[in-house]
Unconditional design. Sequence first.
Length: 190
Amino acid sequence: MSTDTRTGPDGIDRCAWVGDDPEYRRYHDEEWGVPLHGDRALFEKMSLEGFQAGLSWITILRKRPRFREVFAGFDPVAVAEFGGDDVERLMADAGIIRNRAKILATISNARLVTEMEEGELDGFMWSFAPPAGKRPETFAEVPATTPESDALSKALRKRGFRFVGSTTMYALMQSSGMVDDHVVGCWRVA
């Protein structure tokens, strides 16, 4: 076993970033790197990745149920209708990340999604997925950005989306299965 994998309390070797946290273990095993499709699902992922900027992902995972509750299940149509009272309601909610710029960006991004045809966000985002490459043996081989995440970020920003920088988009690509960065030795490696 490499230092980039770790044996969990259940005896299973996983990517070492998982550590001992049960929620991280569940996320790693069931979500991270699994292909995710659908405008609503990808809008949620984009929103949560934007809220994560500057924070740890486990913070977002622990707050995700509340995020889903207060952001109408990340239904872009519902979120697009949020107004000033909703912004203040969200700013007062200790169960989420209370960052006005990120809240406003989520609402603005929802409005942009509602201007797209059904399935357009999914197809658009997945069009930037790179072909499968060599599996990373260590996390040192896993980039923070790639030419594809740079291009996705640029294309989204051109359409008016916010909090979609290249590092954030690469994290989205990893979490939504557009790329698979499970390291050699992890049980998820096919």
